[in-house]
Ligand binder design. Structure first.
Ligand code: FAD
Length: 383
């Protein structure tokens, strides 16, 4: 009988790549992660993990570490930007825990990355390896990095984000599309805005057009408030986690918003600004011994807060399909993973573009109630 442990290469040590490394090791495989960065840097902002994402993380054994700095929003509220009228309110925290088996958590993405990195042995992650040339044959995949080093693996996963080199190697070059939307991100100490109600909740202020919104939620166990605001603006194309914006511009963009929303913007000392890019859903993301996951496969607008969640779900479902599979069986197992995930991720990708999620009431179960650890596995393809 053949040995079922294979060596799986993963390009990208982001949220999806690290989650896949943990899940695949638990499924009995050897893993090598190739990450272009020379060291892990503390960049980015706060990230909203809905119950489906937290349940997937809990199964990876990372949930506890993630909870150390995370906040647990009490509710998920939608409000009209001008009147302030509440158009939907879902109870989160304990209620979500009871309904979905996990709460919603809001956490700095660097803390989430640190929790994931802790769970992968250091020798499985190769830093300073920017995958440049990727060639597969019937027996495996050869990855060559920019520094000239080469590795041979039984299968290769592209978890290298929206500008994925693995995706380009598989399907050819095609640039992500600028959506004409920019996002501002800022953090305000909660004590500075203590008079504003609902600071412990996730609140989305729906603006005068589908591109305009302000989202606020607790950060650092409630010590801070995170502000995530978007608006249509096609003069700014820079995609960056670190580029500064102007607080005056931020305030001017939302001058017609309700006083409670404006009070938060007035309290900001600084703001970061990024352009938002996306792609269409793919008809397929597997090819022989190679497959994509996370943003490499399905980059989406942040309006449903599901990008990281989908990457973590992908990782879990992928590893479940590869458990007990030997090197010869990897191409078929990767196809089954794709089949199990494509419909859901495409639906969320298009739903994020539509930006109507939970605007007026609505039932969150199909997104929040998904259990990546229990969803049925895709069956063998009939021949
Ligand atoms: P990434 O996080 O992009 O990681 C890719 C990794 O691959 C990086 O470490 C990169 O250095 C590495 N890499 C790239 N190319 C190479 C190469 N050639 N060789 C080696 N390494 C390479 N999601 C949520 O769930 N909730 C939110 O609230 C939320 N808010 C967001 C707000 C904004 C403004 C944006 C832009 C996104 C938001 N997202 C959110 C989405 C989320 O950030 C992404 O979906 C998530 O980071 C995707 O993870 P990933 O691992 O697929 O890719």
């Amino acid at each position: 009988m053949s040995h079922s442990s294979s060596t799986i290469g993963i390009v990208g040590a982001g949220i999806g790549g690290l989650a896949a490394a943990i899940a695949l090791r638990r499924a009995g495989h050897d893993v090598i992660v190739f990450e272009q960065a020379r060291q892990f840097a503390r960049v980015g902002a706060d990230i909203n993990l809905t119950p489906n994402a937290v349940r997937a993380l809990d199964g990876l054994g990372v949930g506890e570490a993630a909870r150390v700095t995370a906040a647990r929003p009490s509710h998920r509220i939608s409000r009209s930007y001008d009147s302030g009228e509440e158009t939907s309110r879902l109870e989160m925290a304990e209620a979500a825990e009871q309904r979905y088996g996990a709460p919603q958590l809001t956490i700095h993405r660097a803390d989430l990355l640190a929790a994931l990195t802790e769970a992968v042995p250091a020798e499985s992650i190769q830093l300073g390896k920017r995958a440049q040339s990727i060639v597969q044959d019937a027996g495996g995949v050869t990855v060559r990095s920019e520094d000239g080093s080469e590795s041979r693996v039984d299968a290769l996963l592209g978890a290298d984000g929206i500008h994925s080199a693995v995706r380009t190697a598989m399907f050819g070059a095609e640039s992500p599309r600028f959506t004409g939307i920019v996002a501002y991100r800022a953090v305000v100490p909660a004590e500075r805005v203590a008079g504003v109600p609902n600071l412990g909740a996730f609140t989305k202020w729906w603006g005068p057009n589908p591109q305009s919104q302000i989202v606020t939620f607790p950060l650092n166990r409630g010590k801070d408030v995170f502000i995530f605001a978007t608006t249509a603006q096609d003069t700014w194309h820079l995609e960056s986690w670190t580029a500064p914006g102007s607080v005056e511009e931020l305030r001017a963009q939302y001058a017609d918003y309700h006083a409670e929303a404006r009070a938060l913007l007035d309290a900001c000392d600084s703001v970061l600004k990024t352009a938002l890019y996306e792609r269409d859903p793919m008809p397929a993301w597997t090819q022989g011994r190679m497959a994509l996951l996370g943003d490499a496969a399905h980059p989406m607008l942040p309006f449903m807060a599901q990008g990281a969640g989908m990457a973590i779900e992908d990782a879990v479902v992928l590893a479940r399909h590869l458990e007990g599979v030997d090197a010869a069986g990897l191409p078929a197992a990767l196809q089954r993973y794709e089949r199990a995930r494509l419909d859901r991720t495409s639906r969320v990708q298009l739903g994020s573009r539509g930006n109507n999620w939970l605007r007026d009431g609505g039932n969150a179960d199909w997104v929040y109630g998904y259990d990546a650890w229990a969803e049925p596995l895709a069956a063998e393809e009939e021949s």
